[in-house]
Design a protein around this ligand. Structure first.
Ligand code: FAD
Length: 469
């Protein structure tokens, strides 16, 4: 059998997981496949980046992986990191809205109430806002729609206050986007299905969520829903990289364009070099993917697909510098509050063991969808505005021992209304015009780390099917 060559473009978690699983499958099935992974920068990992400093483990990008999605856990265990898995402390978390911090109402699932009393008692909403939210029990279900914005959907069911003071801050913390632009069907199709089936979201969610056994006497676990690694998430990148066959990875080389020649592809690098491949898996963001395939009109739609920027700001203090300490693991900020930060994690409490004893690490984000300029301020300006905001809820008496500011420009792809249709169209066109070229990664079919690994595994299956070995 002739050897087939697969080029993977981009060395973030998606590209790395694709390379890893493809080599594993090829070895297991004894398929003659040569894999090359091309990364533009001089390091792998993309937005996964950990800094270790003075005993702190500081995540510059993602810090947590949702535990119930199994693909990430599987990869972590496969590369020997099981004993490094840590769980977040399931402490109290807060929302800053209506001028103060409020505890997250118990029983809220992505901001949707599953219990009435904690919502009825919460100071997050005015009496009128609560009354409007109760409309969910009586309002008819929405007209069937191919897609709509998350904002329109939730505003219709629960009213503006629940959306602005609870659902939006929670979702913005994940997607860094505008709830009135983001797609319901791309991000939470299950909520649409619940509404269509049960009419009321509250009733439907209660019916569809697993109930704890009535006889349960076990103490409530302190473990949260997320996992990380005690040595930082970048360790996953290093361990996957170290398991790739020698010569697989090429760093510091950007792919410029991909040209179809017969049944194979010519991959052109910025250096002027060209390599041919039988299959290409593009795992960069959608802007770079579009540029690589700019001759194809169907890729044009990625030009207008928005992506937001954020800055991650980590501040280290002695614990004694935080006078008005608050019990909990962090807070989110409602967009209508007079804050420029969008969230703050008390990292030393959320991830025990990642800060030295007696030290605190606060990790904040700036860069609301309507405050993108904040990301471009100087480090000193960003630190100053973060401290100013933090002091509205805490009393910090000293300057940070150090700060780490990381700007992620256009790194939060926005799945806006119609996203699924766009992706389906591009995939169909790729299949017809460029068979053997596949897209995977955060811009396309899942923004979180597990979603990227799922896409990598799916890409491996498609590559193997395409090569017909
Ligand atoms: P990337 O990590 O963007 O990697 C793409 C790679 O392609 C980069 O290394 C880039 O240099 C390379 N590249 C680009 N152009 C070229 C080219 N022309 N040639 C060659 N290489 C190229 N998810 C979670 O699950 N939990 C979290 O807590 C979380 N927090 C996040 C916080 C931030 C600040 C961000 C930005 C994202 C967060 N996410 C989180 C989302 C998740 O981290 C990303 O979706 C995921 O890591 C994206 O991986 P990727 O491989 O698809 O893309």
């Amino acid at each position: 059998m002739d050897e087939k060559k697969v080029i993977i473009v981009g060395g973030g978690i998606t590209g790395l997981a694709t390379a890893y699983y493809l080599q594993k499958e090829a070895k297991g099935m004894q398929l003659p496949i040569k894999v090359k992974l091309i990364e533009a920068s001089d390091r792998l990992g993309g937005v996964i980046s950990t800094e270790k400093r003075d005993g702190f483990v500081i995540e510059r990008g993602p810090d947590s992986i949702i535990a119930r999605k199994k693909s990430a856990m599987r990869l972590i265990e496969e590369v020997g990191l099981k004993d490094k898995i840590i769980s977040n402390t399931a402490g109290k978390s807060y929302i800053y809205a209506r001028g103060k911090l409020h505890t997250m109402p118990e029983g809220s699932f992505m901001g949707i109430p599953t219990k009435v009393t904690p919502f009825a008692l919460s100071g997050l909403f005015s009496p009128l806002g609560k009354l409007r939210a109760a409309g969910d029990f009586i309002l008819p279900k929405g007209e069937p729609k191919a897609d709509q914005s998350l904002g329109a959907f939730f505003r219709h069911r629960l009213g503006d206050e629940v959306v602005d003071n609870l659902i939006d801050p929670l979702l913005s913390g994940i997607y860094a986007g505008d709830i009135d632009e983001l797609s319901l069907m791309a991000l939470f199709p299950n909520f649409y299905e619940i509404e269509q089936k049960h009419r009321s979201l509250v009733i439907g969610l209660n019916k569809s969520m697993p109930k704890p056994p009535k006889t349960a006497t076990k103490p409530v676990s302190k473990k949260g829903m997320f996992i990380s690694l005690s040595t930082g998430l970048e360790e996953l990148i290093h361990q996957v990289e170290s398991r790739l066959e020698e010569g697989t990875v090429v760093k510091g080389t950007a792919v410029k364009k991909i040209v179809k020649t017969g049944s194979t592809y010519q991959v052109h690098f910025e250096t002027g070099d060209v390599e041919s491949a039988d299959c290409v898996v593009i795992t960069t963001d959608h802007f770079h993917a579009q540029r690589m395939l700019s001759e194809y009109a169907f890729m044009e739609q990625f030009k207008d697909m928005p992506s937001n920027s954020v800055a991650n700001v980590a501040l280290a203090f002695p614990k004694s510098a935080i006078e008005k300490d608050i019990e909990g693991t962090g807070f989110l900020v409602s967009r209508n509050s007079d804050f420029r930060i969008t969230a703050c994690t008390w990292t030393h409490k959320k991830w025990p063991g990642t800060s030295p004893e007696n030290m605190a690490l606060l990790r904040c984000y700036v860069g609301k969808p309507d405050d993108q300029e904040a990301v471009e301020l100087s480090d000193d300006e960003i630190v100053e505005l973060v401290l100013k905001d933090l002091n509205k809820t805490m009393n910090i008496t000293e300057k940070p021992i150090f700060h780490v500011v990381t700007r992620w420009r256009k790194a939060m792809p926005q799945y806006t209304v119609g996203h699924l249709e766009k992706i389906a169209h591009v995939k169909k066109q790729l299949d017809e015009e460029l068979p053997g070229v596949f897209l995977a990664g955060g811009s396309f079919e899942g923004v979180g780390i597990p979603g990227c690994i799922d896409q990598a595994e799916a890409a491996v299956d498609k590559v193997i099917a395409h090569l017909k070995l």
